[in-house]
Design a protein around this ligand. Structure first.
Ligand SMILES: [Zn+2]
Length: 173
């Protein structure tokens, strides 16, 4: 996104190079921001939780759960909040797994083990469901980075009960 008019004084902004805009009147300067997201591989002993998105980007396709950090919010708290809001579940967040940078977002990816709660769907999602490692809809996933990080986690770091299932016949993404 790039501003066309100064948000401070409404003067038309001047581009400086490809990335910046500057206001010739009041000196306002804008550099495009990257938004930090917390992303969770929510899992239990046998399944992974995925969310089918109701909105773009990736509308109608499956994604890991997560969302933008609120100002000052710890990413692990943000992930617990998002999973609670999106799915009604409490999770235990593990160690940072990966940093997935794509376009204007920077996703901090964590494994998040299911602790309690009954699954429900929020208005932001079209559907939310648990998948066995051999059932994951690899070809219907919204974001290549989610696919990659989930695939790698299932092959290397997932609990044994998930890893053994993943080895038994999961097609490469
Ligand atoms: Zn201005």
């Amino acid at each position: 996104m790039r501003y066309r008019y100064c948000p401070m004084c409404a003067t038309e902004l001047m581009p400086i190079g490809d990335k910046f805009v500057k206001c010739p009147s009041c000196g306002f300067f804008h550099f495009p921001k990257v938004g930090a997201c917390a992303v969770g591989i929510v899992y239990d002993a046998h399944r992974i939780l995925l969310d089918r998105r109701a909105y773009d980007p990736g509308r109608g396709r499956w994604a890991l759960l997560g969302g933008y950090l609120e100002p000052g919010e710890d990413p692990e708290d943000a992930l617990r909040r998002e999973v609670r809001e999106e799915a009604g579940l409490e999770v235990e967040v593990g160690e940072l797994l990966s940093i997935a940078v794509g376009g204007p977002t920077c996703g901090l990816v964590y494994p998040a083990r299911y602790v309690s709660g009954d699954l429900h769907r929020s208005v932001e999602s079209a559907e939310i469901a648990w998948f066995g490692p051999h059932e994951i809809p690899w070809n219907e996933m919204a974001f290549p980075l989610h696919k990659k990080v989930l695939w790698e986690w299932l092959q290397t770091k997932a609990p044994d009960s998930l890893r053994s299932q993943a080895r038994n016949g999961t097609p490469a993404p």
